[in-house]
Design a protein around this ligand. Structure first.
Ligand SMILES: *Cc1c(COP(=O)(O)O)cnc(C)c1O
Length: 400
């Protein structure tokens, strides 16, 4: 189970921490002086703003935040405050939303391959909607059939997604009628379809094709007497990194059009993860030491690719990274992480001011798949996650 990054007392202190973006140098230096380094700041104002922006771009779709890219209590609390829904995939994620007091009716469990213990954990919490993509997985729900409703996950391959999630999970569209018939024989109620076309998809084309294909499948299923009433369009909504993604309104416009053409009487869900959390994370790391090797300055940080920058390996992401101290005088440099492994290099084609030990380096757009996939190789601890702007600012008083 993911442990809260801060003790309760520290969290209470962080709750009152307000920090307006863009963070200033004195802000960040003060935070490091107080909480140590490295830090991963999670800005709950940004979490809420991203959720609302995507909700406005996809009206009528219940957005279930996928915890996986940033499973943090403060994020769950921030989204709970604004009426969010949640997408869970493990016992630890169930525990996290439970500890935040989230209503289980606002949660779905979407891991296609589960142990009975995983199903029981989620059921005990009160989750009712689960995902399956094959006959064996449907069979696992027979003993729980009075309490569960199932979404069949269908695979649509997105060749252009940075992370293709339809290779590992999902049934062929042609398999849907057979699985519906099997579920009926087993007494397991299938209420709809889901898909996840892949993460960080550059264009909405695959979402649109998948929505259209699901519309056809749903119409056929209804004609055959299966009353499907839910379509879950998954995640994959792209975030900005060193390169800006398509603006989310533009990305969602053709998806909206495809959703509007679906058969009527469907509840629509989505499972955004990255889009909500990526821009909310800021990595603050310190220079530990430096060396001049073959005419190039190497700066060694206390965070690296085994830590918050793990997304450079697992998620193929390239984050905007810069020194906190601005300077016109820059040197060609290598930015390296703290472990003794030679692959622990964040960037070997970067220009930086001539940094000294103790100076800070900042990585932006680092909220998704960063600390979540970090480890403690070499016994080097992960960055402390520090939530800022946990509470929404009070509205300004009305002028009298
Ligand atoms: C990872 C995952 C998500 C989130 O995907 P993003 O691309 O981060 O939006 C949603 N649903 C499922 C089932 C996932 O595995």
């Amino acid at each position: 189970m993911p442990k809260p990054a801060l003790s309760f007392r520290q969290r209470d202190a962080a709750q009152s921490l307000r920090l307006a973006a863009p963070y200033t140098r004195p802000d960040l230096e003060a935070l490091v002086a107080r909480h140590g380094s490295p830090l991963l700041l999670v800005d709950c104002d940004v979490i809420r703003a991203q959720y609302r922006r995507l909700a406005a771009a996809l009206p009528g779709v219940d957005l279930h935040y996928a915890l996986k890219p940033l499973p943090e209590l403060a994020v769950v609390q921030a989204l709970k405050q604004i009426g969010g829904y949640f997408d869970l995939a493990s016992g630890g994620e169930v525990e996290l939303v439970r500890s935040a007091g989230v209503d289980p009716d606002r949660c779905i469990h979407t891991h296609p391959i589960k142990r009975d213990a995983d199903i029981r954990d989620a059921l005990r919490f009160g989750v009712r909607i689960f995902v399956a993509d094959n006959a064996d997985e449907l069979g696992k729900f027979v003993r729980h059939r009075k309490r569960v409703r199932i979404l069949l996950r269908v695979a649509f391959r997105a060749a252009d997604a940075v992370c293709d999630l339809s290779r590992k999970f999902g049934c062929d569209p042609e398999a849907v009628p057979g699985l519906l018939a099997l579920a009926r024989t087993l007494g397991v109620e299938v209420v709809g379809l889901s898909f996840h076309v892949g993460s960080q998809t550059p264009t909405p084309a695959m979402h649109v094709r998948a929505v259209e294909a699901c519309g056809t499948l749903i119409t056929a299923a209804r004609a055959a007497g299966f009353n499907l009433s839910v379509l879950d369009i998954g995640g994959g909504f792209p975030a900005d990194y060193r390169e800006a993604a398509m603006p989310i309104e533009e990305f969602c416009a053709p998806i909206r059009a495809a959703l509007a053409a679906l058969p009527s009487g469907l509840r629509l869900l989505a499972e955004p993860g990255r889009y909500i959390s990526a821009p909310a994370g800021t990595c603050v790391a310190s220079v530990v030491g430096r060396a001049l090797r073959d005419g190039r300055w190497w700066f060694y940080l206390d965070d690296g690719v085994y830590g918050s920058f793990s997304g450079q390996v697992y998620d193929h992401a390239r984050y905007p990274v810069s020194a906190l101290r601005e300077s016109d005088q820059r040197v060609p440099a290598v930015l390296a992480g703290p472990t003794c492994d030679s692959i622990d290099v964040i960037d070997d084609q970067i220009e930086l001011p001539l940094l000294e030990a103790g100076e800070l380096v900042v990585g932006r757009h680092m909220g998704a798949y960063t600390s979540a996939c970090a480890g403690d190789f070499n016994f080097i601890a992960r960055a402390r996650v520090l939530a800022v702007n946990a509470l929404e600012p009070c509205p300004a008083p009305e002028p009298t």
